[in-house]
Design a protein around this ligand. Structure first.
Ligand SMILES: C[S@@+](CC[C@H](N)C(=O)[O-])C[C@H]1O[C@@H](n2cnc3c(N)ncnc32)[C@H](O)[C@@H]1O
Length: 300
């Protein structure tokens, strides 16, 4: 896509996410939360309690990624990058950036939409953290070459119009010897193939009128808001061949934390009763929705 042709779509992506900054469930990012004991708590938007309750929902969704009460410690190399410059591309409400800052990283966070930037700045203020938080496009990062020791992104780059450009920007701003990590949605996943393609597309006959990108954007994320302008899951093959060929030590794994939830949606009640945990885990490894990849910029 040319630059000029790309701009209207970028505007659509920016305003869609500004209007629906969080999509992780009906009770995430709202003023009202149902607690574990069934009671309901109303909070002031932007208050410390608001962030705590919104984060609790996000943490619950990603349970296997935490360790020793440190959120995402099974995912992130906090120790390795303590005191180093770390960039988050697409910080959303700033939960992950907050955890990096708490673990001692010198944090910079960017997002395309101004609402997320305001939320993340507010969060850092409320929790007394330091960081540079700015509105910017992943495809045109406003940083010099070789600025960061670590660059990561979670659930963002498949939403931008040119995934390859965004990843090459992450590479450019990394210092030689630095490391990039990304979570991107997996096109070879249960959610993509069964829930998006079959349960939604086929049953609603939308696979007749929508192309694969439109179908995936309609049901891949934000289905309650009738989809979003751009959601394009990738495959492991594309990552190796087209998206991250310049990285060394490239590792790709399927997180699969979502599979039990996805199967429950599709076959209510069946998953937990008829399938052993080992079966669900094995499916999750092969068919999970989230791919996690890590690669290094060569130091020479
Ligand atoms: C699903 S949210 C993920 C936010 C955050 N990483 C998290 O996990 O909570 C997707 C985010 O990607 C951002 N985004 C989409 N395209 C972008 C781009 N080209 N540059 C920067 N951010 C972008 C959106 O504004 C939105 O905040």
């Amino acid at each position: 896509m040319t630059k000029a042709a790309d701009e209207p779509q970028k505007d659509a992506i920016r305003s869609w996410w500004a209007n629906a900054p969080m999509t992780y469930g009906e009770d995430h990012g709202q003023a009202m939360y149902t607690l574990a004991d069934g009671s309901v708590e109303n909070v002031e938007l932007g208050s410390q309690r608001f962030f705590e309750l919104a984060d609790a929902v996000f943490y619950r969704w990603n349970e296997p990624l935490h360790r020793d009460d440190v959120p995402f410690a099974n995912l992130f190399e906090y120790e390795r990058f303590r005191g180093k410059r770390v960039l988050e591309v697409g910080c959303g409400m700033g939960c992950m950036s907050m955890n990096w800052a708490r673990q001692g990283a010198r944090m910079t966070s960017i997002d395309l939409n101004p609402v997320s930037i305001a939320q993340t700045r507010r969060r850092f203020k409320v929790f007394g953290l330091e960081g540079d938080i700015l509105e910017a496009d992943a495809e045109k990062l406003p940083f010099d070459d070789a600025t960061f020791d670590h660059v990561y992104s979670w659930g963002v780059v498949h939403h931008t119009s040119n995934i390859r450009v965004a990843i090459s920007e992450m590479y450019r701003v990394l210092k030689p010897g630095g490391r990039a990590s990304l979570m991107l949605y997996n096109r070879n996943s249960i959610l993509s193939k069964i829930l998006v393609g079959w349960a939604e597309g086929f049953i609603n006959l939308e696979n007749l009128s929508l192309d694969p990108l439109e179908l995936s954007s309609r049901y891949g994320d934000g289905a309650r808001q009738e989809g979003n302008p751009h959601t394009w899951p990738v495959t492991k093959r594309e990552i190796r061949r087209d998206l991250m060929p310049q990285f060394t030590n490239l590792e790709i794994k399927t997180l699969g934390t979502d599979v039990p939830e996805a199967l429950n949606t599709w076959l209510p009640g069946l998953t937990r009763r008829a399938m052993t945990t080992a079966m669900v885990k094995s499916l999750a490894r092969r068919w999970g929705w989230s791919l996690w990849m890590t690669g290094d910029k060569p130091s020479w």
